[in-house]
Write a protein that binds this ligand. Structure first.
Ligand SMILES: [Zn+2]
Length: 220
């Protein structure tokens, strides 16, 4: 499945998505994807757990990740000048893995853990490098009043870059936010037809033409 469409799905979760002019969608999607891929290029061939060791990032295993109100966390990163660490919740990562079938193949729990660790590694790596793709990409005009313009950053570009980093580092078949959608579909929290409709809408927005997106794979 096309990285750019899945990146658009992620972008659509940004609070300022409606403020992005349609002709600028590709700028954000492609810029963020490229940042993640380029970062992964520096580390290719090195196991993600080794990268954590080499960078002095601790991995803590937490509980179930259930936080009430139906919120389930897979992990949380802590970034400070004195300590960078990631807390992971193996139960919810295993749960994601169980519902991750894509084109006849399912992630193992360990693979799903690696996806999560790679994603968080990108955020910590950016923090340690004092870099941020969110800051590097142009802001959008989020508010105009009496000729004054407020400009704001598109935060979800950091998520797109982290997905692209994980895909590239682990040679995944797709941008890993697809696994989140597969999980939602498989656990009946989202209809497959709604996801297909979202993909079609994102493709139309990105390419400026009508397109039908058929989502293959999945257990159902
Ligand atoms: Zn993230």
């Amino acid at each position: 499945m096309d990285d750019r469409i899945l990146a658009m799905c992620e972008l659509s979760n940004d609070l300022l998505f409606q403020k992005i002019p349609p002709e600028r969608m590709a700028y954000y999607v492609d810029g963020a994807l490229e940042a993640g891929r380029a970062a992964a290029g520096q580390f290719r061939g090195t196991d993600i757990r080794t990268l954590y060791q080499n960078s002095g990032i601790q991995i803590h295993r937490g509980g179930t990740g259930k936080k009430g109100y139906g919120v389930v966390l897979r992990g949380q990163a802590t970034m400070s000048p004195t300590e960078c660490s990631v807390e992971v919740y193996p139960d919810s990562i295993d749960e994601l893995a169980r519902h991750s079938t894509w084109e006849g193949r399912r992630l193992t729990g360990e693979e799903a853990m690696d996806v999560h660790l790679s994603h968080e590694f990108f955020h910590i790596w950016e923090y340690q490098q004092h870099r941020s793709i969110v800051e590097e990409l142009d802001p959008v005009v989020s508010f105009t009043f009496l000729g004054l313009k407020r400009r704001s950053r598109i935060n979800r570009c950091g998520e797109i870059a982290a997905h692209a980093f994980a895909k590239e580092l682990l040679s995944l078949p797709c941008l890993p936010n697809l696994y989140d959608y597969l999980y939602l579909i498989d656990t009946e929290k989202m209809k497959r037809s709604d996801f297909e409709e979202l993909c079609s809408r994102m493709e139309r927005l990105l390419l400026g033409q009508s397109a039908q997106y058929a989502v293959k794979g999945g257990a159902k």
